[in-house]
Design a protein around this ligand. Structure first.
Ligand SMILES: Cc1ncc(COP(=O)(O)O)c(C=O)c1O
Ligand SMILES: Nc1c(O)cccc1C(=O)C[C@H](N)C(=O)O
Length: 426
């Protein structure tokens, strides 16, 4: 039996004993296709779809009374979904709210927590961060009348893919007011040591906030215990809540009761919100950081999706995710050796999130060819193919089959049929 056959048998055996295998049925998968892009946009689940129909039904039946009546009143939906999300980020229910989007929530949190004072005027970020986060930080530096080229420090990467925690800590100087980092880097999938970095920032009297876009739903967190000041994320990747679905934020309880940087009436104490007073009374919890009316139709899928996470359990999800990605790396190393791929995510389980990042000089064309062969990856400029086997809906056999197709593409140089052009969304 060839190595590939043996690996197939191993995948089939793991699938047979997989405690999460029943969740695959909960999702809409396309026959013959292997979807490995759940770290960009997660798939639709039947529960998420059902909640959208429920919400439409509630609107149809109750009209305006849906805010306070029906099975799931919209007035407090963001807080309820925040409470359901809290275990995924290791927070108390009142520290989380489902609201806004990643970028909007970061603007809110910067407006609240970036307070340049005396010599502490800088924001510490990193050179591998997602551009939208960087744009938001630059905006707030400018809003304080400061120059982003001086006041935004971006820790650089030695290998172009990963960051060194030691270097980040060394950059936490007396000039830094705030640190903003991603838990899992969007390109390489590196998982930073959040506990260590949070402790280091706090010991130096620096506030620290985390972008959890690529970690929520893939990696467990303990935000309250670690003492992070804030965090923000989208719910449309591993949390499968739909394109542009409402995001979330965490604010540590020690900051509750303060007036947010960007106040709006949905951040009010619920008991007095409809008094319509011009004096703003913030909610006593993370709900205070909401701005306007919740996007109820875009919140609905999150409810169904979170139910699946509660049933599956984050620890089991992480365990399967690590085994899926470990298997993927084994296949890349054994089956794609000599074909020009380099695995650029860290190998150590404690240092990687939910996706595998492969660097290849033909990455764009390989991503196009994979799609043509029914494997959905994504491409990140300039040379990365990201592959994210997702614990709730991918099988070990999916991973094996994806590599089998990729091997063929490479051996037959089938990617050469495609243009090097990336397209707007690769
Ligand atoms: C790490 C990270 N930060 C920020 C964003 C921006 O998110 P949004 O467009 O939902 O604001 C994304 C994804 O687009 C992301 O992956
Ligand atoms: N938010 C996205 C969008 O509106 C279009 C295409 C992709 C996205 C993404 O979320 C990309 C994702 N944040 C990434 O890791 O690259």
């Amino acid at each position: 039996m060839s190595g590939m056959d043996e690996q197939k048998k191993k995948a089939e055996a793991w699938d047979r004993e997989d405690p999460l295998s029943r969740f695959r049925e909960e999702f809409y998968l396309t026959e013959g296709q292997i979807y490995l892009d759940g770290n960009s946009l997660g798939l639709l689940s039947k529960r998420a779809e059902k909640e959208v129909f429920h919400t439409l039904g509630s609107w149809r039946k109750h009209g305006v009374d849906g805010w306070t009546g029906g099975e799931s009143p919209w007035f407090t939906l963001s807080e309820r979904l925040g409470a359901m999300t809290a275990p995924l980020v290791g927070a108390d229910a009142q520290e989380v709210v489902a609201t806004g989007s990643t970028t909007v929530n970061l603007h809110q949190l910067l407006a609240t927590f970036y307070r340049p004072e005396g010599s502490r005027t800088r924001i510490l970020a990193d050179a591998l961060n997602f551009p939208s986060d960087i744009y938001a930080m630059q905006s707030h530096i400018r809003l304080h009348g400061l120059d982003p080229s001086e006041h935004l420090i971006r820790v650089t990467s030695e290998d172009g893919h990963t960051l060194n925690e030691e270097t980040i800590i060394e950059a936490m100087t007396d000039e830094v007011a705030l640190v903003v980092l991603s838990a899992v880097l969007y390109r390489s999938g590196q998982l930073l040591d959040m506990e260590r970095l949070t402790r280091a920032a706090r010991e130096r009297g620096i506030r620290i906030g985390w972008d959890l876009c690529h970690s929520i739903g893939a990696v467990p967190h303990r935000l309250t215990e670690w003492g992070a000041d804030f965090a923000f994320w989208c719910n449309y990747k591993y949390l499968n809540s739909g394109p542009g679905g409402v995001g979330g934020l965490f604010v540590h309880q020690r900051h509750h009761g303060r007036i947010p940087g960007l106040a709006g009436w949905f951040g009010s104490d619920k008991a007095v919100q409809f008094d319509m007073a011009h004096r703003f009374t913030p909610a006593a919890d993370a709900g205070a950081f909401q701005i306007g009316t919740p996007h109820v139709l875009s919140l609905a899928p999150l409810q169904g999706s979170l139910e699946l996470f509660h049933e599956a359990g984050m620890e089991r999800i992480r365990e399967k995710s690590l085994r899926l990605t470990r298997f993927l790396m084994e296949l890349v190393e054994t089956q794609l050796a000599g074909l020009g791929f380099a695995i650029v995510n860290p190998r150590d389980d404690a240092r990687r999130g939910g996706h595998v990042a492969l660097a290849h000089q033909e990455a764009v064309r390989i991503a196009h060819a994979l799609k043509d062969h029914g494997v959905i990856p994504d491409f990140r400029s300039p040379d990365i193919v990201r592959l994210a086997p997702v614990a709730l809906y991918n099988s070990y056999l999916d991973v094996w089959e994806a590599v089998r197709r990729l091997k063929r593409i490479m051996e037959e140089k089938d990617y050469e049929r495609f243009e090097k052009k990336r397209g707007v969304v690769a």
